[in-house]
Design a binder for this molecule. Structure first.
Ligand code: ATP
Length: 517
């Protein structure tokens, strides 16, 4: 199936099964804003818990906070967002579609890389074991020509971005012959800067109001609380502050479901360190964060690092962890070495001393920062899109039928188990309720008695419930139930007294966290 068709199918599934709804749908929706339904909210909470516990529970020197969304407007001047949190915008005059000029160029470079990749694959198939990849890359004229083109565009692009030379960005698009992905037209407007921050007015009387911004990242709430937290928690460097919260960006191009929203959620951790140790901690957090992603078990090959060629205004090293979505690799998390840019600027703009006193050296300094910044919505969608599986199965001996099953890690699934009485009579519902009452304090359970058992299994498969517990007449005689496993569809007869142990083992967040040690 084409990539776009799978993407659309998954989006439809998200809506049909209560994961994600378009916001304000009865008013025809609101661009790039989404609501999480009953299953999406549970999944989101579980991911947050996995992240929070991995940061705050497992690291004695990391604490978590929850800062306000509204902050003093000077914060965004100090952080550089008022001046530099811009995207270069370009319109196609024929299709009237709007794009980010940088994204158009980066996508074009990716296409050229793909071209080289395809040449290599073709040659590998042709020459088999005798294929010498390095030699081929150095001598094949088509590969050499494409590589030269990539290097030329890249070097112009980096220079133009650093100098914020918008005329040159447009010239690169024209020289490279980049066309509008929708219409194929090369008729472009000039490139303009567009600030991504939303603003609003604070205060009730006209004269008292002033403009404030909806935060475009959660990190600044951590920086401005650096002294409060360090002093009250008596933390010694190195230490970290973690936070989960909403961020807002008026994205120019927001056509990718929850991958690019105007209101989204970030899970960020700022690690405060002494100057000169930043590369050590940058490497440390790169590895630690990759381990966290891979522990979810979606396949190590689905992840890769992508080092930034073009650094943000605050960073001296930066990489992205990218995940392979059905439409291709895309960033889910950024790891940035932010130097003392933020604390230093807040010191200057606020006029307050923001220093750390090192008892051992008897010196004060402005700490450096390595940050890990992961998008909750993109992580959630990586899990959903990876879990979405269509299978041909034999339902109770009938002809082959398709089932959709969400193979989400059991510790993260919205519902952990469903308790299903085989029929609505003979005391089976009462027995099922009794079982559920015992389990619901530990697990998110669902009770369902409507429809055939096969239909109920299918509904649970579609939301990823790892266990279905069926209560039948035999249960009343010998206190046993059948446990049906989501992925294998195997059924097993077990005593009710063992349910807690069977479920607990599989759905435990502890098991997931243990992989990080
Ligand atoms: P991109 O290059 O895709 O715009 P970014 O580099 O601006 O992302 P960061 O500022 O590093 O993103 O933010 C950290 C994380 O927040 C990203 O890795 C991503 O998961 C998430 N994120 C950023 N912008 C959005 C958005 N508009 N919608 C959903 N998630 C987002």
């Amino acid at each position: 199936m084409a990539k776009d068709d799978i993407f659309k199918k998954i989006i439809a599934h998200c809506k049909e099964y209560g994961f994600i709804f378009p916001s304000s749908e009865i008013y025809d929706g609101l661009g790039a804003v989404y609501d999480y339904g009953q299953n999406g909210a549970e999944l989101k909470n579980n991911i947050k818990k996995y992240w929070w516990d991995a940061m705050v529970l497992l690291n004695e020197n990391i604490v978590g906070i929850d800062s306000a969304i509204f902050m003093h407007p000077r914060i965004w001047e100090a952080s550089g967002h008022v001046g530099a949190f811009n995207d270069p915008l370009i319109d196609n005059k024929d299709s009237k579609k709007r794009y980010r000029a940088d994204t158009l160029i980066e996508d074009f470079l990716d296409k050229l890389e793909d071209k080289i990749h395809k040449e290599l694959e073709k040659a590998r198939n042709k020459f088999g074991d005798d294929f010498d990849e390095e030699k081929f890359k150095e001598t094949n004229p088509r590969v050499l020509e494409t590589r030269k083109k990539i290097n030329e565009i890249k070097s112009r692009y980096i220079k133009a971005s650093e100098k914020e030379d918008l005329g040159e960005l447009k010239q690169i698009i024209l020289d490279a012959g980049i066309a509008c992905p929708e219409s194929g037209s090369k008729n472009w407007t000039d490139v303009r800067q567009f600030n991504l921050m939303f603003s609003t007015q604070l205060g009730s009387v006209n004269e008292d109001t002033y403009t404030i911004y909806l935060r475009p990242e959660t990190a600044q709430g951590i920086f401005v609380n650096f002294l409060n937290v360090q002093k009250t928690a008596r933390l010694k460097i190195p230490f970290g502050i973690a936070q989960i919260g909403k961020a807002f960006r008026n994205e120019i191009v927001a056509r990718q479901f929850v991958l690019r929203m105007r209101e989204f959620e970030q899970m960020e951790m700022q690690y405060f360190i002494s100057p000169g140790t930043e590369m050590k901690w940058y490497e440390f957090w790169k590895n630690a964060r990759m381990k966290w992603h891979k522990a979810i078990g979606m396949g190590d090959e689905k992840y890769r690092f992508h080092d930034h060629d073009k650094l943000a205004h605050y960073a001296n090293a930066a990489t992205d962890i990218e995940f392979k979505f059905p439409t291709g690799f895309k960033e889910v998390e950024g790891i940035h070495s932010r130097t003392d840019y933020d604390l230093g600027n807040h010191e200057e703009f606020s006029g307050k001393k923001i220093q750390y006193f090192d008892n051992e050296t008897n010196k004060s300094y402005c700490p450096y920062v390595v940050e890990t910044s992961i998008g909750l919505d993109r992580t959630l969608f990586s899990i959903i899109s990876n879990a979405f599986t269509q299978e041909k199965v034999d339902w109770e001996g009938s002809a082959k039928e398709e089932r959709v099953v969400m193979k989400i890690h059991p510790a993260l699934t919205p519902v952990k188990l469903a308790v299903l009485p085989l029929t609505k009579k003979d005391g089976l519902p009462e027995k099922a309720r009794e079982i559920m009452d015992n389990l619901k304090l530990d697990f998110n359970c669902q009770y369902e008695e409507k429809d055939s058992i096969g239909r109920r299994y299918r509904r649970q498969d579609a939301i990823g419930t790892p266990f279905c517990i069926t209560v039948d007449h035999q249960t009343l005689d010998d206190n046993t139930v059948t446990v049906r496993y989501r992925d294998t569809m195997k059924q097993e007869r077990v005593n009710i007294s063992r349910l807690q142990e069977i479920m607990g083992e599989k759905v435990s967040m502890k098991k997931l966290l243990e992989k990080l040690k």
